[in-house]
Write a protein of this length. Structure first.
Lengths: 624, 615
């Protein structure tokens, strides 16, 4: 939080402004002009009211009848009414436009954020917590909303009002102006002091609140464990501690901010008193006046100052909180720009994937290699993958994979076996180019991997991941996620192949059942079957399967297994095996340990070696 | 579930909800009372100040000397100081009252949830309880803002309104009547705008939630999105929702944007009326009814009056927004715990024997077949019972009845020869250790977590329990590699919330160690070794047999190898006992057990065969 201070820079502010301007090239200047017009007009009525009062005084002193002053007063009132009318029109218009502009800009920022987020490499998501990324969309966009819809226009109005007031005051008298400005600056100093303290406690409050909420969340989610261990008393005691801490700091924060208003309010009366006293003093001592108008000190000079002093003081006090809000908004904008500045996934691939027309039965694809100035070359997609001495690490100096070489021929089944963290998933992440290798090479059908366009590469690889992710949509739409142009019949057929059809038909609305909350309401096995169906409908030539069956009961496991087996037929398959039965009929088994391939061969060969694989197989090691 | 919640919410007026919330004020009642009183003082002084200023202005205009000015200035200063003092005290007490209120409310809800039984938690779901404790109370605490506004501004606004109106009336006489025309118009306008915009925002929030959910879904499922190359479709979907949010909120905000002009129309109207009519009155009556000083003061009051109306409408909007949160928190506070200790509880557990007598069980609110039906089973103290069966056969439900996490629907469960419903809950659970299927560790060190089982456990006892649970190997054993399997700081290693920095098998073993530290009479392991390899599973088994010889043990497992050595194995099917006996007996007699053995033993046999082939 502390580093947020002093980060305001004109460069960033300008960038933010330019972005907004880019969203609404005509609306934004229009709104600004209207705001300034409105603020300008609003500082004028005081003058005319003063004139009316002056006329009244004249009438009072000279005992003039109403008829004598009526035209003059009505004249001023008419001008006033006109000013009001213009201001009202400007006000209505800019407020309505601002609502459109504000929500529109937020929507555009959200879309920009999301669009950019989708292009970010996987590493970004590994490095950042979900809650942190979410807060761009919630907290930071909210800070922007506050700034665009409230602080910024208010600040404009305040600035204009202050300028006009200062001009009028200088017109009347420099000395009195100095008194007013001096008094106002004094009140600003108070605001900064009290407000600063309040802001500090409010920041502390955010931290304490996060602690408190974290604790509450944990103890409610673990509520059952608390009960089983009779831990309610301890939980209450700990809760009381964090709750008290939160109370202490939030009470202080609010006390400071609460007392600020009465203090400022009354300080403005004090200024008023000081101005009146000084005015009286100047009058009595006949101090020579210094002003643009050249008027000598008189009541006519002093009286307007009384009104203006309060107006000036209140306006200048308003600047401080507005600037605070602006700084918070800018911090939000900066964080948003921070995400937008994250480097998207790079893709320099030129090789594309193209469906072959004459395909019968299964679907056939070919790589299109751009020729050197000549005709492009078509190479049928077969699913042959070679790793050559591949090294990889997420961070420099911390290798995850070392010297990985493997050869997967079309239609072969490659099993990756090893402990958690041995690097099994990382190998598949390199094949999909979620991460790029540090050294070595990977080729796919003889084409260096980095020459293939990422989208096309991934389209050729089907994935069933360990953590099944389903989306908020109907079952059918979730299956169709695999291939958007798949017909309903194709989706149902895929579900049948995966063995998911039976349970889907038992759902309340069958294939039209809407899945909410990432498949809540479905069992883990059912989610997995849907994921298999989703991969099946995509019908890719190469499959990557991350099996996870440890928490599924034996019967479901068999069904899932059948689905997986159906999916593997006739394809090159990389399977991260958790069940050794999958491994047995693999063409190659790679045993990974600490990022290196320790053993490789078929099931029979590896058992004969009596090495790591044999130990795993006989249950001397755990896989998870 | 939602239905139930709704039912409990209806029938009582919303005002009642608020009053109930206010019960949480407790020790802060004094502050809550002091606030409106001091606010009243502040308002009275603030209403008097413009009057005093009017006198001052008149003095200045009359061209009197400095001493007269100073005299009035002195009075003004005094009043300002009084107003300041009142306002200052109000600010302090108001902060205390509102923060204290939020604190107590949070405490009430949290304590209430601690009283909840499993059944209560099921009814609300943990996720919904978390939202109620955090988001909803936060919302109400923004009634800390609203409460502050309620106590401060809400008291202040009407006072201000009345005080200003009174002063305006006093000074302006008939002139003040114009407010009687303007105020209803403004009031109605503000009310109408509030109603329209709140309705729209209500409609917009679910869309807004959907928008955020879409983001969350994409962050969580980014691998799926990327591997299916669905970035564009996801962006299109997101844009669609974003546009909907934009449309609704723009409309709502445009309504709200009418507030300001409406205010202005009223102020301008009053101004022009005052200027024309006031001037005429001053000139024609020669100041009998209104003098110039009073006149300018009247203008000041008109601002104050309309300003307080604006505040009132803001408070109304805030209150409507928090209404739902109040309702949701209230539901928690009013939920009665479905399980409590009896009036005259049994406080000792004789031994670890367990008897199920004709037990049937059904979860609250569920319909259809009961989860357990007519279970009768006697378990001797010290016996080891394995429980197997498919998903939904009622294994977990059966063992949860032993520490009385749920009450039976029919029949009875006895521990040590006494019905569990007659025990003091704490005594019963002190003697029954249970490792839940969804095992959970809490943020804290490894030792902190283990001491849940026994707060006074020594380091030696911790180590012993970990040895039995085979957890010591990854806690203490120094491995040469830098891998995650070993905990860097041994027992002082910090465990992240939810135990995310441990593997599944490590978590399970720590949970078992934690339960063992209780030295229970009855130990229940609900599928607690599923992520542990067979070798470790066996080692744990051996350790338990030697370490806790007199402890009655229930072991639920998917793998038959985890239960085959039990004294007896219970096979459950659709909530009924399908078979009961030793491994050997069941292999001969029980169909389900045979089937399970067949599917799981396939591998074992292979292994033996290979063993003979290559051995």
């Amino acid at each position: 939080m502390a580093e947020r201070k002093n980060i305001f820079s004109w460069k960033k502010a300008w960038r933010f402004f330019r972005t907004l301007w880019g969203f609404y090239p005509r609306l934004l200047p229009g709104i600004l002009v209207l705001i300034f017009i409105n603020a300008g007009i609003l500082s004028l009525p005081g003058i005319f009211m003063q004139k009316v009062v002056a006329v009244l005084e004249r009438a009072w002193n000279q005992q003039l009848p109403w008829a004598a002053v009526q035209p003059e007063i009505y004249g001023y009132v008419r001008i006033l009414a006109l000013l009001y009318l213009v201001s009202l029109l400007a006000n209505v218009t800019y407020n309505q436009l601002l609502a459109v502009f504000n929500q529109g800009s937020l929507a555009k920022f959200r879309e920009k954020l999301f669009t950019h987020m989708e292009t970010l490499p996987l590493g970004y998501f590994d490095r950042h917590q979900r809650g942190d990324i979410m807060s761009y969309y919630t907290n930071d966009v909210e800070a922007l909303r506050q700034m665009i819809s409230q602080s910024f226009p208010q600040l404009c109005v305040t600035a204009v009002t202050l300028t006009v007031l200062l001009a009028i005051m200088l017109y009347y008298s420099l000395w009195m102006s100095l008194v007013v400005v001096g008094g106002s600056l004094w009140s600003v100093a108070i605001t900064r002091k009290v407000g600063g303290r309040s802001a500090r406690y409010f920041m502390e409050q955010q931290h304490t609140l996060a602690d408190c909420e974290g604790f509450m969340e944990e103890s409610i989610n673990g509520g059952r464990v608390i009960k089983v261990f009779n831990h309610e008393g301890a939980a209450r005691a700990e809760f009381d501690r964090v709750n008290q801490a939160l109370f202490d700091v939030s009470c202080k924060a609010n006390q400071y901010s609460n007392t600020l208003m009465p203090i400022l309010n009354n300080v403005s009366y004090l200024i008023y008193i000081v101005v009146a006293a000084c005015g009286g003093l100047f009058l009595e001592k006949q101090v020579p006046n210094l002003s643009f108008s050249g008027l000598p000190f008189s009541l006519a000079v002093m009286v307007p100052f009384l009104g203006m002093s309060r107006q000036f003081a209140t306006n200048i006090q308003m600047i401080s909180p507005q600037i605070n809000a602006m700084v918070m908004g800018m911090a939000g904008a900066e964080r948003i720009f921070g995400l937008l500045d994250e480097k998207p996934e790079q893709d320099s691939g030129t090789v594309e994937l193209r469906p072959l027309e004459e395909g019968t039965g299964g679907r056939h694809w070919a790589w299109v290699l751009p020729g050197h100035g000549e005709k492009e070359e078509l190479r049928p997609l077969q699913g042959e993958v070679h790793f050559r001495h591949v090294d990889f690490g997420y961070e420099k100096g911390k290798p995850i994979l070392q010297g990985i070489s493997l050869d997967a021929l079309p239609g072969q089944k490659i099993a990756l076996v090893g402990a958690t963290g041995a690097g099994k998933t990382t190998i598949t992440n390199l094949l999909t180019r979620f991460y790029d290798i540090s050294s070595g090479s990977i080729t796919y059908d003889g084409i260096p991997l980095e020459q293939i366009r990422k989208g096309d590469l991934r389209r050729s690889l089907g994935m069933v991941l360990q953590d099944t992710v389903l989306f908020t949509a109907t079952v059918l739409e979730n299956i169709r996620y695999g291939r958007l142009d798949a017909t309903d019949e194709e989706c149902v057929a895929a579900a049948k192949r995966a063995g998911a059809d039976a349970f889907i038909r038992h759902l309340p609305q069958g294939y039209a059942t809407v899945l909410k909350g990432a498949g809540a309401g479905l069992s883990q096995g059912q989610c997995q079957l849907l994921a298999i169906a989703r991969a099946a409908v995509a019908d890719p030539p190469v499959m990557i399967l991350d099996e996870a069956t440890s928490s599924i009961d034996t019967r479901t496991e068999q069904i899932v297994q059948r689905g997986m087996d159906a999916l593997m037929e006739g394809r090159t398959v990389f399977v991260i095996a958790h069940r050794l039965s999958t491994v047995r009929n693999a063409d190659q088994i790679l045993v990974l340990d600490h990022g290196k391939i320790r053993e490789r061969g078929t099931h029979q060969q590896l058992l004969a070696q009596k090495g790591m694989y044999w130990q795993l197989y006989t249950g001397a090691f755990e896989l998870e | 579930m939602e239905n139930n919640n709704r039912k409990s919410g209806t029938g009582v007026s919303r005002r009642g909800s608020w009053l109930m919330m206010l019960r949480s004020l407790r020790e802060f009642k004094k502050d809550a009372l002091l606030t409106p009183i001091t606010v009243m003082g502040e308002v009275v002084f603030e209403a008097l100040i413009p009057y005093e200023i009017a006198l001052l202005v008149n003095e200045v205009k009359a061209g009197c000397g400095l001493d007269r000015i100073l005299h009035y200035a002195g009075i003004l200063l005094l009043m300002a100081l009084c107003a300041l003092a009142c306002g200052y005290v109000a600010g302090i007490t108001c902060a205390r009252a509102s923060c204290g209120f939020a604190k107590n409310l949070r405490q009430d809800v949290f304590y209430q949830i601690q009283e909840f039984s499993f059944g209560n938690i099921d009814r609300f779901s943990s996720a919904s309880l978390v939202t109620r404790l955090t988001t909803d109370i936060q919302n109400i605490q923004n009634i800390q803002m609203a409460f502050m506004m309620l106590v401060r501004t809400a008291f202040r606004a009407p006072f201000n309104l009345l005080a200003s109106f009174f002063m305006a009336w006093y000074m302006g006489g008939r002139m003040a009547l114009c407010f009687l025309v303007v105020i209803p118009i403004l009031g109605y306008g503000l009310y109408k705008i509030a109603v329209l915009s709140v309705g729209l925002f209500r409609k917009g929030f679910p869309q807004y939630d959907a928008l955020n959910y879409k983001v969350e879904e994409n962050i969580k499922g980014i691998r799926v999105v990327k591997s299916f190359v669905r970035e564009e479709t996801e962006i299109a979907k997101f844009d669609g929702t974003a546009r909907k949010v934009q449309a609704i909120f723009t409309k709502g905000e445009r309504y709200v944007a009418l507030n300001n002009p409406l205010m202005q129309i009223c102020i301008y109207g009053v101004m022009i009326f005052l200027l024309t009519q006031g001037s005429r009155l001053i000139v024609t009556t020669r100041g009998r009814l209104l003098d110039i000083g009073q006149f300018s003061t009247l203008l000041t009051y008109s601002f104050q009056i309309l300003g307080s109306l604006m505040m009132l409408s803001m408070i109304m909007v805030m209150l409507t927004f928090t209404e739902e949160s109040v309702q949701r928190v209230r539901e928690v506070l009013e939920e009665a715990s479905t399980l409590t200790s009896p009036a005259d509880p049994v406080k000792t557990v004789r031994d670890g024997s367990v008897d199920f007598q004709g037990v049937s069980f059904q979860y609250e609110g569920s319909t259809g077949e009961p989860v357990l039906q007519d279970i009768t089973l006697s378990v001797r103290s010290g016996e080891v019972v394995g429980i197997v069966g498919g998903t939904g056969s009622g294994k977990s439900s059966l063992v949860q009845l032993i520490p009385r996490l749920y009450d039976v629907t029919a029949g009875s469960v006895q521990v040590g020869g006494v019905d569990v419903r007659r025990y003091d809950l704490e005594t019963l659970r002190e003697n029954v250790a249970m490792v839940l299927q969804k095992n959970l560790l809490f943020s804290g060190t490894v030792a902190d977590n283990l001491r849940w089982g026994n707060p006074h456990a020594t380091r030696a006892q911790l180590e012993e329990a970990c040895r039995w649970a085979c957890a010591d190997e990854f806690i203490r054993r120094a491995c040469a590699d830098e891998f995650i399997r070993r905990l860097p700081k041994g027992y002082d290693t910090w465990i992240e919330q939810g135990g995310t920095n441990l593997s599944g098998g490590q978590k399970q073993r720590l949970c078992i160690a934690r339960a063992l530290l209780k030295r229970p009479r009855i130990l229940i392991l609900d599928d607690s070794t599923s992520a542990v390899d067979t070798r470790t599973d066996r080692a744990i088994w051996d350790a338990l047999a030697t370490a806790l010889p007199g402890t009655t043990t229930f072991i639920i497992a998917q793998r038959l190898s985890s239960v085959e050595r039990a004294d007896r194995i219970l096979v459950l099917d659709k909530g009924r006992i399908h078979g009961l006996g030793t491994h050997a007996e069941l292999l001969r007699t029980d169909g389900i057990y045979q089937e399970m053995a067949r599917s799981q033993n396939l591998l074992e046999k292979e292994r033996e065969k290979e063993g003979t082939l290559h051995g």
